[in-house]
Design a protein around this ligand. Structure first.
Ligand code: XMP
Length: 527
């Protein structure tokens, strides 16, 4: 991934002069801050917490936000910011740990709070300021801290308090420097977006005119410039990220784009046809479908161990892709649908503490040895922005709102041996789960909804006959980040309808269960 960071330059970076940097001190909320800033139509990037003043100047940001973090400012090895960042005359907003850093650096005392404060607190605004303009006198805020600022010198004006935190917000009297002990970025702070807006628009002087449409136009210009007359290959999976990548490239370079869809036989029902409809019939792009169904099934014959399934599928995918790509003359670039969270999580963006939180287990990625230069036009965007961009580029809502689907596809939902017959059973049951949840109007509210085929046979009766058939488990989860998840509280009638339809319509199934495990300790997928 670090290789990609060098080869691919930020598209959004050149779009706008107006940007804000979030210095990442390892907060679970650091990405969320960046998203909230972009929701105010101000372009924003996460950067390392120890970025130097000179590096900051190169970005020419309008404002800096110091994120929260799990450390105590007094702990050994606590991540610190460069003290020179306060002398740049760029407005600074420190959030939680960020506020403690600000106060520590410019004259305050941070102590372990008598009682840690986690959760909702009532906040009283005690002093007028541009940061709290338009705020109610009292409002709910979300706290999550052990330490707090207990004292500030005369250079700071306290702005707000809660019952247990007497300095819940501060402003420096002569510099554009602010601090908040609570989290304006989470939805539990209902007036948080007003606060961020005040900081961005009134204090930083941003105009708030960053738009995805501008982003698309600029991205298209950049792609054309970089690609010249060469050819670009883009792997399509049926998922949102690769589809939006391909749609953007198609707008940029049309016939110079070749898309490859490897049908590994592990796709969802109608998935191949949806991709063909979209990219051949609608966009008239050069789409090559590789029928790898037999090859993948041969590889999977007799294999039941989940990681071995993944390994074999990953290997076969690369082989199929390589063979097809070799048929395309003059291909110099490979486009991938890497998103901003992938960049952050892989550490390619800034190598900060948040970088190590999530480990990837994707098998869909293609190795660098394929010899292509990478194009990753979505690497500055969050998932919801990618969806909006997809709509702007003319992709249908259905495709843009698809639930995520693992690279190894139905293989990791077909427990036990993966055979053509068992995949057919699973595909039909899965389509019923998705159909019914859509019909109930709950598809968008749910993060992932799918069927799992269990190699467990149980007794049933159908008519006068005794049956001995396999089991489908329905898995539906709600999650913001897929790192933790809760099972969806679906209405009983919906579950009943799914169960009745699966047992009646899918031959080979006589029992349906609903998975009521949260993650952790369970995972979302069953393998
Ligand atoms: P788990 O099962 O780890 O899944 O809770 C979290 C998210 O990752 C997806 N997932 C995968 N995606 N290759 C992928 O591309 C994989 O091997 C894989 N395993 C899980 C899963 O669907 C969920 O969205």
């Amino acid at each position: 991934m670090s290789h990609m960071a060098e080869t691919v330059q930020s598209v959004a970076g050149s779009v706008t002069q107006e940007r804000v940097l979030v210095l990442d001190f390892g907060a679970q909320y650091a990405q969320l801050i960046a998203r909230r800033v972009r929701e105010q139509n101000v372009y924003c990037e996460l950067v390392r917490h120890d970025i130097t003043p000179d590096q900051i100047k190169q970005h020419a940001p309008r404002g800096l936000i110091l994120s929260g973090g799990p450390s105590s400012v007094y702990a050994e090895n606590a991540p610190k910011c460069h003290p020179g960042i306060f002398d740049l005359d760029i407005p600074v907003l420190g959030i939680c740990y960020g506020m403690q850093l600000v106060c520590e650096a410019l004259g305050g005392n941070v102590e372990n709070a008598p009682a840690s404060e986690f959760g909702r607190a009532r906040c009283e605004v005690t002093s007028e300021s541009d940061l709290f303009a338009g705020f109610p006198q009292e409002t709910d805020v979300w706290m999550s801290h052990g330490d707090q600022v207990t004292q500030v010198n005369d250079d700071f004006v306290p702005l707000a308090r809660t019952k247990t935190c007497h300095i819940a917000a501060v402003k420096h009297s002569s510099r554009p420097v602010y601090g908040l002990q609570f989290h304006p970025e989470v939805s539990h702070t209902p007036d948080g977006s007003l606060l961020l807006r005040n900081f961005l628009i009134s204090i930083c002087g941003c105009s708030g005119n960053w738009q995805l449409g501008d982003f698309a136009q600029e991205a298209i210009r950049e792609i054309r410039k970089r690609v010249g007359n060469s050819r670009v290959i883009c792997g399509l999976s049926g998922g949102v990220d690769s589809s939006v990548t391909a749609a953007l490239l198609f707008q940029a370079i049309g016939p110079q784009l070749s898309c490859i869809l490897v049908n590994n036989g592990l796709l969802r029902k109608n998935e191949q046809q949806t991709v063909i409809n979209e990219f051949t019939d609608h966009f008239k792009a050069d789409l090559r479908v590789v029928d790898g169904q037999k090859r993948f099934l041969d590889q999977l014959a007799g294999i039941t161990e989940p990681q071995e399934k993944r390994r074999r599928i990953g290997f076969e995918f690369i082989e199929c892709f390589k063979e097809e790509a070799a048929k395309i003359d003059d291909a110099r670039f490979l486009a991938q649908g890497t998103l901003y969270p992938d960049v952050i999580e892989s550490g390619a963006a800034h190598d900060g503490p948040a970088a190590t939180i999530k480990l990837h287990h994707n098998v869909g990625g293609l190795p660098e040895q394929l010899g292509f230069e990478l194009i990753e036009p979505l690497r500055d965007l969050f998932k919801d922005e990618v969806r909006r961009l997809g709509i702007e580029l003319g992709l249908p809502e259905d495709l843009v709102w698809r639930h995520p689907f693992p690279g190894p596809g139905l293989a990791v939902r077909c427990l036990g041996e993966v055979t053509h017959e068992r995949l057919e059973v699973l595909r039909e049951a899965d389509a019923i789960v998705v159909d019914e949840i859509k019909a109930a109007g709950l598809y968008r509210e749910t993060s992932q909804a799918f069927a799992v085929l269990l190699p467990v046979q149980s007794v049933g009766v159908m008519g006068d006959a005794r049956t001995y058939e396999e089991t489908i488990a329905i898995r539906c989860v709600d999650t913001d980040d897929f790192m933790t998840a809760d099972w969806s509280r679906l209405p009983n009638e919906l579950l009943a309808q799914m169960s009745t339809r699966i047992i009646n319509e899918v031959k080979g199934i006589n029992r349906v269960c609903y998975d009521i495990s949260s993650k952790p300790p369970a995972t979302i997928e069953w393998e």
